[in-house]
Design a protein around this ligand. Structure first.
Ligand SMILES: [Zn+2]
Length: 176
C-alpha cells in the first residue's frame, strides 16, 4: 500500500502549480508558447489551432499572455484534478476544509488577477473613441435600430453580434 499524501503536502504542491500556471500564461502570447502548449497537453486539454487563437485574439486587445479562456480552462482542470486527489486522500480534518475553501475560490480569484495583468489600460484616446461612437449611435437613432452591445463584466469583450451567449467566449466568465 502506498502511503497517502498529507493534506499539507497536497496543498503545498497545489500552491506551487497555481503560481506556475500564472507565470507560464503571462509569459505566453495569445498564440501560445511551447511551455503553455505543453501545460495544456499535460492537463489533457486540446491545444487550439493557430487560426482559432488568431480569431479570438482579434476580439479584445491583450498586452501579453495566453488567451484568458484557455487560462480559465487550465485553472478549472487544476481544480478538478486537485479535488479528486484530495477526496482520494479522504481526510476531512480542519486542514482539508481550509484547502477545499481555497479550491472553491481560486479560479475566479486568479482570473481577476490575470485579466488585470493582461488587459491594456484604457487610454484617453480609446475613451474618446467610445464617446464618439456613442454619440454617433444616438445620432442615428431615428434611422437605425440602436444595437445594444453586451460586454463581459470580467474582460470587457463585446458579445458577438447576433448571439445570445451567456458565457463569454473570450474569458469564459459570465456575461451577466
Ligand atoms: Zn469575458
Amino acid at each position: 500500500m502506498t502511503p497517502q499524501p498529507s493534506v499539507s503536502k497536497l496543498s503545498e504542491a497545489f500552491a506551487l502549480r497555481r503560481v506556475a500556471v500564472m507565470q507560464t500564461a503571462l509569459e505566453s502570447s495569445a498564440q501560445g508558447s511551447d511551455a503553455w502548449n505543453r501545460l495544456l497537453a499535460e492537463l489533457g486539454l486540446a491545444v487550439p489551432a493557430a487560426k482559432v487563437r488568431e480569431q479570438l485574439a482579434l476580439r479584445q486587445p491583450l498586452k501579453k499572455g495566453a488567451l484568458p479562456v484557455e487560462v480559465r480552462h487550465v485553472l478549472e482542470r487544476l481544480q478538478t484534478i486537485t479535488r479528486k486527489t484530495l477526496s482520494d486522500a479522504a481526510v476531512g480534518d480542519e486542514t482539508s476544509a481550509a484547502f477545499e475553501k481555497t479550491l472553491e475560490h481560486f479560479v475566479e480569484e486568479d482570473m481577476t488577477l490575470y485579466l488585470k495583468a493582461v488587459r491594456p489600460a484604457a487610454s484617453p484616446k480609446s475613451i474618446f473613441a467610445t464617446a464618439k461612437a456613442t454619440t454617433k449611435k444616438y445620432g442615428d437613432m431615428n434611422t437605425k435600430a440602436v444595437v445594444e452591445i453586451v460586454r463581459c463584466k470580467s474582460c470587457g469583450a463585446a458579445r458577438p453580434e447576433g448571439t445570445d451567449l451567456r458565457v463569454c467566449d473570450f474569458c469564459g466568465g459570465n456575461f451577466f
